[in-house]
Design a binder for this molecule. Structure first.
Ligand code: MGP
Length: 235
């Protein structure tokens, strides 16, 4: 479903048809023909009452549209090339669509070990190969297995609510569910822009109330090295 009067609703019908339908994103209907049989139209049919009803139902557009992606561990195990089993599962453009999907999916603690769950800006693929990510990098926080749910939600809310001073630098976030600690990473666009990366890292820790030191890795380092790439920035 596309919210017709929202300039930010760039999601396609195909994407939405694949996924959940969120009843909250309905455009308000005021036509009396749509009333249920026996439904009473109140006397208070003034312009101001109609306006206040419209406000109640009006979806709240987000600054950006975002897509959830999922890579399931059993498909991953059989894949020929990294990322070939990763799928976009839902694109949302309003606050209501976000909660509609978030409240109907498993959170990280309920996902199978090996799963990767991403939330990236619409049209940015969560891969080093995506042209917007290619020169980027990532900040990573770690959690004991099963303890990342709250921080995953806070990360999503901070991103989609545009809480970061350098929000334009952000591509998206991913949670990796692993046997060892779970990881949440925020991917950014221009790894060499140190000031922007430092600002994002500091603000993210504040939003999560995360006390440990975190590191920023350049994707170009991760691509080149077999072993773990070194942190270029820490905060
Ligand atoms: P990782 O993202 O460091 O995952 O990538 P993790 O959780 O540390 O390890 P995992 O084995 O438990 O998943 C691990 C490996 O996946 C990398 O060394 C790459 O071989 C491959 N890989 C990861 N990413 C994010 C990409 C990518 O964007 N593109 C490609 N081509 N390979 C990737």
């Amino acid at each position: 479903m596309v919210v017709e009067d929202s300039p930010r609703s760039t999601i396609t019908d195909d994407q939405i048809n694949n996924t959940l339908t969120n009843p909250n994103s309905r455009v308000p209907e005021t036509d009396e023909d749509d009333l249920e049989e026996g439904e009473i139209v109140g006397d208070d049919d003034t312009a101001s009452s109609k306006a206040s009803n419209a406000i109640v139902h009006q979806p709240h557009p987000l600054e950006n549209s975002w897509t959830f992606w999922f890579d399931n561990p059993s498909a991953k195990a059989k894949q020929a090339a990294w990322g070939s089993s990763m799928r976009p599962i839902y694109t949302f453009a309003t606050v209501e669509e976000f909660w509609g999907v978030y409240n109907n999916i498993h959170h990280p603690s309920k996902l199978a070990i090996g799963a990767d769950f991403h939330c990236f800006k619409y049209k940015i693929e969560p891969k080093w190969e995506d042209p917007v990510c290619a020169n980027g990098g990532k900040w990573t926080v770690i959690f004991p297995r099963g303890k990342s749910d709250t921080c995953w939600l806070y990360t999503l809310l901070a991103m989609i609510g545009e809480q970061f001073d350098h929000g334009d630098e952000i591509c998206g976030a991913v949670v990796n569910v692993r046997n060892r600690p779970d990881k949440i990473a925020i991917w950014t666009k221009n790894a060499s822009n140190e000031a922007a990366q430092m600002s994002i890292g500091k603000q993210w820790k504040e939003f999560l109330d995360y006390k440990e030191t975190i590191g920023f890795i350049f994707h170009e380092d991760a691509k080149k090295l077999d072993k773990a790439a070194k942190n270029r920035y820490v905060v």
